[in-house]
Design a protein around this ligand. Sequence first.
Ligand SMILES: [Zn+2]
Length: 123
Amino acid sequence: MARTKTKPHPYQLFEDALRAKQRELLDSYERDKAAGNASPDDGIQDLADKAASAYSKELNFSLSDGERNLLMLIEEAFNRIREGNFGVCTNCSNQIGEKRLSAVPWTPYCIDCQELQEKGLLA
Ligand SMILES: [Zn+2]
């Protein structure tokens, strides 16, 4: 009896949040890019899928550094979900608190390492 087959993985909520944030960023990018062009609603579904290949080249045009950086962090978070190490600090390998993940699901660092990073003490 394989009844765990369809069980949603434990990071589903975070993945949803990541996807929503990614879409929000890409939508504003698409609006900038399309400026004036009617943008078909049915293209939205593909945006997230295109993100991986698109953000490295095209997104450089109209996104701010902060937005680009955030998209990159989101991509990396998706990778960690796929690899099964989401929620683990990429610096010290400690578990990142669930509250922190809810607030900033794309964060690669636990709160301690985040502080180090903000002080410029992390490479
Ligand atoms: Zn850490």
